[in-house]
Ligand binder design. Structure first.
Ligand code: ZN
Ligand code: FE
Length: 269
């Protein structure tokens, strides 16, 4: 299993594949593990047993089944694990309810987590941000921000999602974006319709194709790379707005309207 935090000696970070295209993120420190959005219990149970880890906490971003389906079983196997989840959503076995600006300090963990409210995909969706010493920061953003994409608006409005994405892009450029799905290649294929001449997109497509051919995840990505190539974070860029107007065949008067058009375009693609 690949540790994506190889520059840090105190922590390891692993994307466990689940279902067709989900990742369950596992952060390890000493013999303890924090697990994010376990849609399935089995891959987590196997990994914890194999690595001989104790489960300290489950961090949940939102209520969808592919993010919470494994919670009950994990809690049965590890009754001392604390389940953290959004205040405004029903989460199985939730022990601690979180919302904007809460900070989490887990016993035995030399690091704290900041919580961000990011409504849009669902209304109560939260994200977890953690900054390590040095130049490492990690964002667990569930289905809000993807590599070259963003979550569908199942519950929220375009205005809410634009605001939520704005909170995420305000994080440090070196932040590692740990999204919950492997959608990179299909997202890039669509993004190239929006920005056919974006050289960062072409570079990322080459990289992602090689990674997938070798069976590797394309995540995490860096916030800086998302800013350079994710159309949903680029509604303010003239080329992107122009492409959206072309698609909509009508004037789009602000960033929210451009974003909403991009979201619709992607839904229909
Ligand atoms: Zn979801
Ligand atoms: Fe999901």
């Amino acid at each position: 299993m690949l540790n994506v935090l190889e520059t840090n000696t105190e922590f390891s970070l692993y994307p466990l594949p689940a279902f067709n295209d989900n990742y369950i993120w596992v952060l390890q420190h000493n013999r303890q593990a924090i697990v994010v959005d376990p849609g399935q219990a089995q891959p987590v149970l196997e990994f914890l047993a194999q690595q001989q880890l104790e489960l300290t906490a489950l961090l949940i971003t939102h209520h969808h089944g592919d993010h919470v389906g494994g919670v009950r079983t994990l809690k049965q196997h590890y009754p001392h694990a604390t389940v953290y989840g959004p205040k405004h959503e029903d989460i199985p076995c939730k022990d601690v309810a979180l919302n904007e600006s809460d900070t989490l300090q887990l016993p035995g963990w030399p690091i704290s987590f900041t919580v961000l409210d990011v409504p849009g995909h669902t209304l109560g969706h939260i994200a977890y941000f953690l900054e390590f010493t040095g130049d490492t920061a990690v964002l667990f953003c569930g289905d809000t921000l993807f590599s070259v994409g963003c979550g569908r608006l199942f519950e929220g409005t375009p205005t809410q999602m634009v605001e939520s994405l704005g909170k995420l892009t305000a994080l440090p450029a070196h932040t590692l974006v740990c999204a919950a799905h492997e959608y990179t290649l299909s997202n890039i294929a669509w993004a190239l319709q929006v920005e056919p001449h974006n050289s960062d997109l072409h570079t990322r497509q080459q990289q992602a194709m090689q990674q997938r051919q070798r069976g590797l995840p394309t995540l995490p990505t860096r916030m800086a790379d998302e800013l350079a190539s994710n159309p949903f974070l680029r509604a303010h860029v003239p080329n992107v707005a122009q492409a959206a107007r072309q698609y909509a065949q009508r004037p789009l008067n602000n960033v929210v309207e451009v974003f909403a058009c991009l979201r619709e375009w992607k839904n229909n693609s």
